[in-house]
Design a protein around this ligand. Structure first.
Ligand SMILES: [Zn+2]
Ligand SMILES: [Zn+2]
Length: 344
């Protein structure tokens, strides 16, 4: 493919590489869209799918009710505490005034005040009784709050135990779904890679090579890049194992090709000069001469030295003389550069 010598042909080839890249780009876009749309095949899973639903529902409403009761008890407790504080301070204030009054009375020793002492003592007792009632109300609310809190905790624990089993089952089911989704994608991309390998081996130099290369780029990208976000935890193994297999196949192919080339070259070098010349295409010969290598054996030759007419490595003729004007010219040239006579 890199042997084109005509200027337009070179540019056509560059354009065709561009076609290959653009073709690959569109294929990659299409492939990415298809690969991305694949999970829609699966319905999303929820933990409720793996629970005893009626039991879970009952426990959840139990937890909710217990929390509500807890809140109510908390509010009532705050009210009761406020009432108790009020009763306490009333009692205290009353006791203080009574004590002062009592001290004053003892000083005066007035007997007509005795019924009032009794009345005020009774009033104080009543206040004390109210304070005690308020204290009892507070204790009752504290008990109710504790009951509600413990009830909520117990229900929550039961619910947690139930849900734990559900989450385990959910995780297992999700792993299965993940694997299935990954396998769909693998089933889509792996055949592409196989097809690309076949095209590389058989068709990469055919007439339609830009499309072949475009497809090869697409298949490699789809497998080694687009598949990556969908790999399950062990998906790396799949990718690396396939990568190793592909590299081994390409490497084996290159080694076999190298040995085949060396074998062909050896056979070609054993043929007579005239036959070897026939097998070399004009453009290939010119391209090799331009790189200062022998067109027959591809080893370096000093072409500027006008004493060298034959390759010192394989013996192929590099320069000869024109049959008409005897000018020294390249043996691969079709026409004499001095007189224009066609070479024999
Ligand atoms: Zn040679
Ligand atoms: Zn000539």
């Amino acid at each position: 493919m890199g042997k084109a010598l005509r200027l337009s042909e070179k540019w056509f080839r560059r354009g065709l590489w561009l076609v290959a890249l653009v073709f690959a780009g569109f294929l990659i876009g299409l492939g990415g869209t298809i690969v991305g749309d694949l999970p829609k095949v699966e319905a999303p899973l929820r933990v409720d799918d793996f629970l005893d639903r009626t039991a879970a529902q009952a426990l959840r409403s139990q937890v909710k009710e217990a929390h509500q009761a807890e809140q109510d008890a908390q509010a009532a407790l705050e009210q009761a505490r406020l009432q108790r504080a009020k009763a306490r301070s009333e009692n205290q204030a009353e006791r203080e005034t009574f004590n002062n009054w009592l001290a004053a009375r003892q000083a005066t020793q007035r007997a007509e005040h005795d019924p009032e002492v009794i009345a005020r003592t009774q009033a104080l007792d009543a206040l004390k009784g109210r304070e005690r009632q308020a204290q009892q109300a507070v204790e009752a609310q504290e008990q109710a709050l504790l009951d509600a809190r413990q009830g909520a905790q117990a229900a929550q624990q039961q619910l947690d135990a139930l849900e734990r089993g559900g989450y385990e089952k959910l995780a297992a089911a999700q792993r299965t779904v993940e694997l299935r989704v990954f396998l769909y994608r693998l089933a889509l991309t792996l055949p592409l890679l196989v097809a690309a390998g076949w095209l590389f081996a058989k068709k990469r130099q055919g007439t339609w090579w830009p499309f072949v290369w475009g497809f090869i780029f697409f298949a490699l990208f789809a497998f080694f890049v687009e598949l990556v976000p969908y790999l399950p935890s062990y998906g790396g193994y799949v990718r690396y194992v396939v990568g190793i297999v592909v590299t081994a196949l390409v490497g084996r192919y290159a080694i076999v090709a190298l040995n085949g080339y060396l074998e062909r070259q050896k056979q070609a070098e054993a043929l007579p000069d005239q036959e070897r010349r026939k097998e070399l295409s004009y453009d290939v010969a010119l391209a090799r001469l331009a790189k200062s290598v022998c067109p027959g054996c591809e080893r370096p030759v000093d072409l500027k030295n006008d004493q060298i007419d034959y390759c010192p490595h394989c013996g192929i003729g590099l320069f000869d003389r024109c049959g008409h004007c005897s000018t020294r010219k390249s043996a691969f040239a079709r026409f004499c550069h001095a007189c224009g006579t066609q070479a024999a």
